[in-house]
Every structure is written in structure tokens, then in C-alpha cells.
Design a protein around this ligand. Sequence first.
Ligand SMILES: Cc1cc2nc3c(=O)[nH]c(=O)nc-3n(C[C@H](O)[C@H](O)[C@H](O)COP(=O)(O)OP(=O)(O)OC[C@H]3O[C@@H](n4cnc5c(N)ncnc54)[C@H](O)[C@@H]3O)c2cc1C
Length: 290
Amino acid sequence: MQVPGPFEYERASSVDHAIQLMDRLGGTARLVAGGHSLLPMMKLRLANFDYLIDINELHDELGYITVGTGEVRIGALTRHRELLESDALAAVFPIFRDAERVIADPVVRNRGTLGGSLCQADPSEDLSAVCTTLAASCVIRGPAGTRTVDMHEFHRGPYETAVADGEMLLEIVIPVRPRGGSAYAKVERRAGDWAVTSAGAAVWLAEDGTIADARVGLAAVGPNTTGIPAISAALRGREPSEAVYAEAAALAAENCEPVTDQRGSADYKRHLAGELTRRTLRTSVERIRG
Ligand SMILES: Cc1cc2nc3c(=O)[nH]c(=O)nc-3n(C[C@H](O)[C@H](O)[C@H](O)COP(=O)(O)OP(=O)(O)OC[C@H]3O[C@@H](n4cnc5c(N)ncnc54)[C@H](O)[C@@H]3O)c2cc1C
């Protein structure tokens, strides 16, 4: 079935207007941003809603990338293409450009948004892995006000987030720390496909060159994108080296929960989780030194 069920359509003119509409319409309504996840699901009748509230006119309000000294703020309606093309963002967090280069194709990237990607909460979704790696906070607004949750709280399970009916994701906020580097790598069956497995890494070095902190986020190897605190604990205070990256790779492979499906066997994905962790950690450190 390639035709969605009947629905009413409303175009929101401001964030407050969108929240008022959702508050009034409750669980029968859904926001539509780029529509690249929601509409295929409605066409396949995997999801049915009585109302769609189009938030594309809020791009002036919610489509921004603000790079400050202490933090980066990215609006929920920022499109994949804007994340790919932002030199300011790539200078601070090259992981975004790495990831965007391997997300879908130009048609999807021209419309698909950061907010839609995170709120879809697909376990294979690349920007969720990026945001997990960078310890992003998610700013959510609803009729009762604004609240902030971290990525760990944001994802509640496959296709399920902390954004309740009547609420919307406004922006993500990422802390910027000195001497940081980051990278993303993905194995896919063909260009533009969803990940077989992907990994993001971010490293911050102390002034003496040891690892002050390191974070790894994996996609497609668990019910949600997976952060691995054991890697951060193991790497802090260590000198970056191939032996340290290999240790982190082993922890990544141990600490994920892949399943066998049409994209590959669980063993293969576990192997990729380790290998991509090793490579992205290495690239992150090279980027700081380079
Ligand atoms: C052919 C194809 C290939 C793809 N390949 C990849 C890939 O390789 N990697 C990858 O990561 N993704 C991939 N995608 C997914 C794509 O990146 C996402 O569909 C898209 O970015 C989701 O964003 P959207 O704006 O289209 O969301 P929508 O489809 O508009 O919305 C998705 C969900 O999020 C909700 N939502 C949207 N914005 C908000 C908000 N601000 N607050 C609260 N809820 C909100 C909607 O109500 C809906 O439930 C692919 C998609 C297609 C069609």
C-alpha cells in the first residue's frame, strides 16, 4: 500500500502555534519536518495520524547552527544539507561532515532535518550516533514549558523518545571543550544506504598529550544508538596509541547488541563496531595533532 490514510493538514506559523495545535489535537497529531521518515511509514500504513502539522515554515526560527566558544547550538529544523555544508561546524566537530557525507542522497539531505532524525529514533540513524558521541543535550518544549534531556534519556527504545505528545524538540546543545577532535565512519551495503554498522568517536587531549576524555557512539548495533561509557573510563589519562585504540575496539565489540538481519550477521556487525571504533579514535587524535 503506497497511499497514506486520510489526514488533515495544518501549517504551523511559529513554535508556539505548533505547540498549541499539538496540545489541542493530542496523540492524533504528528509534526512533519522533512517528511522523509514519517511519510514512507504512513504510505506503508505502519503509522496513521488524523492530523499532520507542517513545521517547515519555522525554518527561520529553528534552522540555525550557532558555533560559540563554549557550546554549539543547532536548531531542530536544520537540514542535513546545511549540516554538511557548514564550515564553522566542521571546524569544531568534523564528525558532522563525516556523517552527512554518508547519509542518504541529496534528495533526502535537502529536506531531512536534525530534529526529524533524532525524533524518528531509528536504531541505525547516523545523527543520533553523532549526538551521543558529542554528549549533546536536547531542548524540548511543550505546553508546560521547556526542559532539557541528555541523549541517554532522549532515546527510550527503537522509534521512541522522551518527546511526549504535545511537545517538540527545539534544538540540541553540544559542549565545546579545548583540544578536541572527532570522526565518523560507516559501513553500508551501497552508497546512501542505512548503516550495517557505524561509529562516531570524539577525543579531547590534556595539555601533556594524554587523553582527557574520549567518547564513542555506535549505530545499528542495539535498540538505540549506543554510547559506551566503559571506553571513556578505560581511555582517560592514557597516552593515545594503537594499543589503546585496540583496547577500545574490543570494548566496543563487547558492549553492543547487534542482531543478524539482511544487512549482516551479528558477528560481522560486532567486528565492524570494533574496527570502526579503532579507526575513528585514531582519526580523532590525528585531527587534533594535525
Ligand atoms: C531513501 C532514504 C535513505 C535514508 N538514509 C539514511 C541514512 O543513511 N542515515 C540516516 O541516518 N538516515 C537516513 N534516512 C533517514 C533520513 O535521514 C530521515 O528520514 C530524515 O532525516 C528524518 O528527518 P525528517 O525531517 O524527514 O523527519 P520527518 O519524517 O518529518 O519526521 C520523523 C519523525 O520525527 C518527528 N519530528 C520531526 N521533527 C520534530 C521536532 N522538531 N520535534 C518533535 N518531533 C519531530 C515527526 O513527527 C516524525 O515522527 C534515509 C531516508 C530515506 C528516505
